[in-house]
Structures are given as C-alpha cells and as structure tokens.
Design a binder for this molecule. Structure first.
Ligand SMILES: Cc1ncc(C[n+]2csc(CCOP(=O)(O)OP(=O)(O)O)c2C)c(N)n1
Ligand SMILES: [Mg+2]
Length: 897
C-alpha cells in the first residue's frame, strides 16, 4: 500500500511517529480501510475523553477517493463510446464556430462542454434514466438532470447525434427567430418546452433548485402522491459557480434530510470566466471541506488511470506531496503548456519524481489525464454515488477547461470566451479525437452524424433503449383537475359579518377550504419561511402537519394545546425556516411538478413581501421560464399598512417588480371576497385551462370590516380584469373618480365621505384589483389596433369601464406611483396618482399615510386641487384646504426624505 511519510518540522520523535504510521499501514493491509477507520474513530473518541484537542480536518489527500483496487470494470464498449463522444464534441464545436463565423459575436461556449464531455457521456450511457420502472411495474418519469447551462452546445450536439434535432436546428443555434426554429443559447423551458426542464444558466440557481427538487421528490413520496422510486436528481455545476451563495447555501438541508436521491457533480476545471477559480489555492480541497463539513458524501475523482501506476510505484509519497504543493494556478499552467514543461516544472522539483517518469516520453506525460476525463474513474464515482445510502453525494471531478481544443483554448485564461476557431484548429481537433469527418463538412463547419447502420449508431440506440429514453426531455401530461366552484369559499365571500379581519386571515380561510376539499385538497402545498404565526396560520399545523422527513421525534412543548406544533412524515406544510431562496426553490419544485412528476401540485407560498421579488427576483424569473404555476402571497404588504417595522420591511414596490415577469399576474385585493374570486379564477386559468402563468397577490395585516361580495353584474369580471365600481356617489352625478386598491381602498371610501360632507363634491369609488392586468390587456388591444388599422378599433377594458365617468381620477395605493401610472396612456390626462414613493418609517398607519400623502385627507386634497386646475373648484378654497386637511404645502417630498 501507499506509504506516506510526511515530514513534520517540529516532530519531537520521528521514530515514534513512523511506528504509529506503520501500525496503521499494517492494519489497512491486514484488515482493510474500514477497520482502520473504525480504530481511528475509537482513538479520536478516547482522545476527546482525555481532553486532547484533536484539530478537525475535513480534507483527505489530493487523490481519488476510490482506489484502483476497488474499481469495478467498465461495463460499456469504451471504443464505441469514445467514438460517439468525439462526434458529439465535433458537433458542439461546429455549431458554436459556425454561428460565430456567419454572425459575428453571436456568442456561445466551447470550453465548458469540452471539459464536461466525459462526465456527461458516462452519465447518458450508464446512469441517466429517461424513465424508470416503478415497484408497481408502471413506467415512471426519468431522472432529473440539471445541466451546466453554458454547456448547452454539448447537450444539443448529443440530441442531434441521437436524431432528436436536425442540421437546421444546429445551424440555427442562437438564431431563434428564423423560419426554422433555432436553439436557445441556454436551457430555457419557456423557449424549448419539449426539451429543457430546468433553466440553470444563472449561476447558483441550478444547485439550490436541485437540492429542493430532491427534497420535494421525497415530500411527494412521503405523502403518498407519487410512488417511491430510484429516481435521482443530478446537479451539474461549475467550480466557479460554487462561489454563488445559492450554490452552497442549502447544503445542510440535503444532508439533514438524507437526500440520497441527490448527486452533485462539480466540474472542477479550475477556471471560471476571467481566470482561475482559486489560483492561489485548491478549489477541490476547499469544496471537499465545505461539503464534508455539511454532511455530504464526497467522492474526489482527480486523476485518470495513467496515474495509478505512478502512485503505486511512488514508495516515497513524494508524488502526493508534490501535488499538495501545487496551487491551482500551477495545475492550470501544466495543461496550458506541454509534456516537457510538465516534466520540468512538476516532476522536476524532486529527482525521485523525475526518475519515476523517466520511462515515459513527453507525449505520454502529456496524455496523463485528469479524473473527469477518464470514463473508468467517472463510472466508478457515479456508481458509488448512486449506491450510497443515507447522504447526498458530491463528485468533485477534476477536468481541463477547453480539453482537446488545442492551443487556442486548452487551459488558457481566455478559454471561456473562445468561440472562433480556424479551419486548421478544427482539423487538429478532428485528429486529436480520431474523428473521421468528411473534408467538406469540416470546411463548411457543418453538423455530422454517421449513418444508422454504423456500429456506433447501433450502440447509441441500444444504450438509449436500456436507459429508458433520452434526456433532457420535458414531457407534460395533461392536467386533469378542475377548479372548485366559487361557493367553496362562501364564508369568505359572505364577508366578516361585522367583525374586523385582515385579507391575510381571509387568505388563510381560503387556503383551509382548499386543503379540506376532497379532490383538490391533497394537491395544495402551503410553503412558509418561518412566518406562519405572523400570518395566523398556526391553526394549520395540527390539522395538516408540518412536513418532516423523519416524523416528530419529540413531544412538542405545546402538546397539550389545541394547535400544537405537529411535525409529521406525511405533513403537508413546507415550513422552510428562514430561507426565502430555499422557499422559492420549493415553490419552483412544486409549481413545476405537473411537468416533472405528472402531479399538478398547487403551491401557495406566503412570505414577508419585502423579502420576495427584490430578494429572490432571479428565482422568480426562473420560475416563469420553467412555466411554473402557483400563488405567491406577499404578506405584511404595503408601505403604510405594515406599521412600525420601518424602512427595511415596509414594501411599497413588489407589484411593480413583479410586473416585470411576463407570466406573473399581479393583484392587490382590498377585500376578502376579491381574494377568493382571484384564487378561484387563478386555479381555473392555470390548471383547468392550462395557462402558463402564476400569481402574485398582496395580503395585508390591517383589520377592517370585510364586506360581503356585492351582487350585480360585472363584479366578478371586474375583479378579475382589474377594476370595478365599488361605491358610486349618492347622487349618481360624480365629478371626480377615486381609484383605491388594497387596504388603501378604505382611505378612498373615507375621502368620498369627506368630499361629500365637507366640500359638497360627489365622487365614485372604484376598486382597482390589478393595474397590471388592465395594462397588459390595454397593450394587447392597442397592438391589435396598430396592426389592423383598417378594422373597427377595439376598446381596452379600462376605457370601457371608465367610459362616461366625469372629472379627474385620483388613484391611491400603498405602492409607488409607478403602479397606477401604468394606466395613464388610456386615461387621457385625467390620472392624478398618489403613492408611497420613498423609504418607510417606523410609525403607525395614521402617521405613515399622512406622511406619504395617501391618506383619505390627502386624497381629498388632491381631488380639490385637480378640480381647481380644471376650473371646477375655487382655487383659493383648494389652497386653504391644504392646511385645513392637515398638510403643510412646503413639507419636504416624502419620496426624497
Ligand atoms: C449569476 C450569474 N453571474 C454571471 C454569469 C456569467 N457567467 C457565465 S459562465 C461564467 C463562468 C462559469 O465558470 P464555472 O462555473 O467554473 O463553469 P465552467 O465554464 O468553468 O465549467 C460566468 C461568470 C452567469 N451566467 N450567472
Ligand atoms: Mg470552472
């Protein structure tokens, strides 16, 4: 066995040290590594009991975790697999180079896939299942693979060689808007809905989403919604990508929940975009410590089979010592140069090492591969990972960025952005991978696939068959659920009957009704990041249980109360703890389960609204790209309605941020019945009608009387479309229109009263449930009119709804003015907007609304001013009303203070 004698400078008794080490060596030789590990553990225990402080080490040597003697033989045909892999390499290169030759700087990446090819090919041929056969004998969906986003050329190239894409597709890589559909730059289910499952290219989102995906798979299994299976989630990520907080931020969830259905493969090519990931250190060792410390099973796959013999013959342990001495910047340089350089700079440091490789030519040295490029090493790492029980596994695979691309890219600082190659470069690549590609195809940088009757193509078909289909594939089963009738929420629709209640409480009631529903109930997934009590949801704990993969191992301290904290293995609530990113990743897994598992889960993720779109906006964008369905509920909403919490908490802009997401429908309901109507219609649109959309709803914590849903035509339609007249003025001859939304509708109603009583001005009050929906519809109509100038003009809903109304419109909400201002193009100079622009303050609602000038008094004042400007109210009277209503005309603008 390998004898490692590391000299320690301050070793007081080297003789004694080597005796201990030899004793260990003997045990490994005689009884194997497991026995040795057991003994070391006992010794550590003893040391700790005797008060010996043994420094914690989370690193193993810079070697492969799996020694050669434990390797299984490779089950595939290496020669044919290499042939297929080389073909894929060619097509991946050709599509990027072709795109850039004919459309300068259209972009694309060569170097990432070049480093990843073996890691993917071993996976495709032996580990990634297109489908699984479940215990029941049923065909279940396949493994879920998160590909490194910018390795997409390699993924397309395989799909082409498999015959799933054609030459035109490849030719139109990054040309999506041509006649023949092209290929999107990166994985986007929105753009290629039959192909990509997971949008991964925003660094960090793939890793965190894959962790929560694996967890959600267990959740569905433990709740009996899907069959238990051997399905795996594979997360491929770059070593540079691990610097994103999202990449490593949820590691302990995976180990805590024993997610042995999760495998990370970190493509450790030691480089990111600008240069080395850890030029002065070792990314592999750093990640090993992080993952091991977080409780993961770590498999290092660093060196190819060529190194086995060198390690075996290196009795001195100097080879390993030399490896430990080198930082990543040096390892990168070894690959960017040649065999002679490697001999001189790496082996040359010690005469013994030079001797070790004296029988090898420079070329042979150069051909010593890294673990991630050796199918045997990769196969064994994967095999061990899929067989490992009780922990998630990470494989740290050492590779070369730009492997095989030659001097222009291999290991170069500029490798990441290399996208142009000369014909000579291309010929060299063909030679390097023994590719027999017709000359004219090389010259035209074309796609190439051998005929079906070749050995390699037959082998490829056979492997796909054995693995149960191709990946990635996004196959969506039709959803078969129906929305509940509105009557399911009859309590909510009936109002609060004199009591005061918040729309948040109304939401909880709606959620409960849904969860209790016989058909829909089981599909509902409430998600909350440690705010359930804030939202009054603790009543759900006992009734539906909090999901806990291991059940509840303790008697909760509140066990004798009615609403005790109940954790259960089949619990329905995802109580995520304080992680908005994690909760959103759960929302993503649940909201796309209709596609990935064939079960239409309906997630309701409620959170502190300020910590939503502005904190995890990119995950929400990925949710939309993924065609996710579900409801986001921004709780404690509104800059003035959330009292006391101040600048960091009071949200006055989420609906505006949400409006930037194309598939997000945004509503700001004032009353419980509005909320119920929106949720019922949302389920219908998303799940019954199959629309790709999701909802952002604001819910407030202000208690007020919740009126019953008004009778009458058009109310339901108005709520859904975004506006309806809530309370007309008494005379029916209004000279002004007041738009209110969310909790500020009540201020508009109070303003209506003040205007009538104090100033004899009649105004109508409208509830605007969605400025965004109104705008989107108006834009749609406007576009139609623009493109059909000879047809009868259509009229946007906002114009229809307000037709015939008189006078200025005063719109007030608890959000920045940009929200209502979205409608100004259709309100022809009538719109006067009040809003909560600026930073929040710790105060009560009364002071906050006065400060932001959105109170009833502010609405009255704005109405008088607008009427005065139109000559319909005395200007002097309007001026004196400013002070009368409690405002100082010279007060600093709250938006800027
Ligand atoms: C959030 C985010 N920031 C920046 C980028 C731009 N970007 C794309 S790839 C890349 C470098 C990736 O390096 P690494 O993760 O090591 O992958 P490799 O290509 O080396 O396999 C960067 C910075 C991005 N896609 N996402
Ligand atoms: Mg990298």
């Amino acid at each position: 066995m390998l004898k490692t004698k590391v000299e320690v400078p301050d070793d007081l008794n080297p003789q004694e040290t080597s005796e201990w080490i030899e004793a260990l060596d003997d045990i490994i030789d005689a009884a194997g590594p497991d026995r040795a590990a057991y003994l070391i553990e006992r010794i550590m225990e003893r040391a700790a009991n005797l008060g010996v402080q043994v420094p914690m080490r989370w690193n193993t040597a810079y070697m492969n975790t799996i020694p050669p003697e434990e390797e299984a033989a490779y089950p595939g045909d290496r020669a044919l697999e290499r042939k297929i892999k080389s073909l894929i390499r060619w097509n991946a290169v050709a599509m990027v180079v072709h795109a850039n030759k004919y459309d300068a700087n259209i972009g694309g990446h060569l170097a990432t896939y070049a480093s990843l090819a073996t890691l993917l090919e071993v996976g495709y041929n032996h580990f990634f299942h297109g489908s699984h056969v479940g215990a029941s004998g049923d065909k279940l969906p396949g493994d879920l693979v998160y590909f490194q986003g910018h390795a997409s050329p390699g993924v397309y190239a395989r799909a082409y060689v498999e015959g799933r894409l054609n030459e035109k597709h490849l030719e139109n890589f990054r040309h999506e808007l041509r006649e023949h559909p092209g290929l999107s730059s990166y994985p986007h289910p929105w753009l290629m809905p039959d192909f990509w499952q997971f949008p991964t290219v925003s660094m960090g989102l793939g890793p965190i989403s894959s962790i929560y995906q694996a967890r959600f798979m267990r959740y569905l299994e433990n709740r009996g919604i899907i069959e238990k299976s051997n399905r795996k989630v594979w997360g491929f990520l770059g070593d540079g990508e691990t610097d994103e907080p999202e990449s490593l931020g949820a590691l302990t969830l995976a180990s805590r929940e024993k997610l042995d259905n999760l495998i990370f493969v970190v493509n450790c090519n030691l480089q990111r975009l600008d240069g080395p990931v850890r030029g002065n250190g070792s990314i592999v060792q750093e990640l090993e410590a992080a993952f091991r410390g977080a409780g993961w099973n770590v498999i290092k796959c660093l060196w190819g089979s060529g190194w086995d013999d060198l390690f075996a013959r290196d009795a001195s342990g100097l080879l390993l010592k030399r490896m430990h001495e080198c930082v990543d910047g040096e390892f990168q340089a070894f690959r960017a140069n040649d065999g002679a350089y490697l001999r001189k700079e790496f082996f040359g440091k010690y005469p013994e090492l030079l001797k070790l490789v004296e029988h090898m030519s420079d070329d042979e040295l150069w051909n010593l591969r890294r673990g991630g490029h050796d199918p045997v090493k990769v196969y064994n790492a994967y095999k061990r990972a899929v067989e490992h029980k009780g922990q998630p596994t990470v494989i740290l695979a050492k590779t070369v960025k730009g492997f095989g691309l030659g001097e222009v890219a291999e290991g170069r600082m500029t490798a990441h952005q290399q996208k142009k190659l000369s014909e000579d470069d291309l010929r060299r690549i063909c030679k390097r991978f023994n590719l027999d590609i017709p000359d004219e195809i090389v010259a035209s940088i074309g796609a190439y696939r051998p005929s079906e009757d070749t050995q390699e193509m037959r082998y490829l078909r056979q492997r796909i068959d054995v693995m149960g289909g191709s990946l990635p594939t996004r196959k969506v089963k039709p959803i078969e659920i129906k929305a509940p009738p509105l009557e399911l929420f009859h309590d909510t629709i009936g109002g609060s009957r004199g009591r005061e209640a918040s729309t948040t409480a109304a939401f909880v009631a709606v959620l409960k009704s849904l969860m209790k529903d016989h058909t829909l109930g089981k599909y509902i997934v409430p998600i909350v990041p440690d705010e359930a009590r804030t939202f009054g949801m603790e009543s759900l704990f006992r009734e539906f249980g909090i999901y806990a993969s291991q059940g509840q191992k303790y008697k909760p301290v509140d066990a004798n109360t009615l609403l005790f904290y109940k954790e259960a293995q089949n619990g329905q609530i995802l109580e995520e703890g304080i992680t908005e990113a994690g909760s959103t990743a759960s929302f993503l897994a649940a909201g796309t389960s209709y596609a990935n598992y064939g079960v239409p889960m309906i997630p309701f993720y409620i959170y502190y609204s300020m910590f939503g779109f502005q904190r995890v906006g990119d995950l929400n964008w990925a949710f939309a790209d993924s065609r996710g369905k579900g409801f986001l509920l921004g709780g404690t909403a509104g800059r003035s309605t959330l009292l006391g919490e101040g600048l960091q908490h009071q949200d006055g802009h989420s609906p505006v941020l949400a409006s930037t997401v194309p598939t997000c429908a945004i509503y700001d309901p004032a009353y419980a019945y509005e909320l119920a109507v929106i949720v019922q219609d949302g389920i219908k649109q998303m799940y019954e009608e199959g629309k790709d959309r999701f909802y952002y709803l604001t819910v407030y914590n202000e208690n007020y009387a919740q009126p019953p849903m008004p009778e009458g035509p058009g109310i339901r339609e108005g709520i859904i479309k975004g506006i309806y007249k809530y309370r007309p003025c008494q005379s029916g001859q209004a000279v002004a229109q007041l738009f209110g939304s969310g909790s500020i509708l009540n201020e508009a109603l109070r303003a209506q009263q003040i205007l009538a009583e104090r100033y004899q001005i009649e105004a109508n009050v409208w509830s605007v449930t969605s400025y965004n929906e109104l705008r989107r519809e108006a834009l749609e109509v406007e576009r139609w009119n623009r493109l059909h100038p000879a047809s009868l003009e259509k009229v946007p809903y906002i114009v229809q709804a307000t037709q015939g109304s008189q006078g200025p419109i005063i719109a007030s909400s608890d959000y920045i003015k940009a929200l209502p201002d979205q409608l100004s193009p259709w309100l022809l100079g009538r719109l006067n907007t009040l809003g909560a622009d600026g930073f929040g303050r710790s105060e009560n609602r009364e002071h906050l609304r006065k400060f932001f000038e959105i109170s009833a008094e502010a609405i009255v004042q704005a109405t008088l001013a607008a009427l005065a400007r139109e000559g319909k109210f005395d200007a002097q009277r309007a001026q004196s009303a400013v002070a009368e209503l409690g405002f100082d005309p010279e007060k600093k603008n709250p938006a800027l203070s």
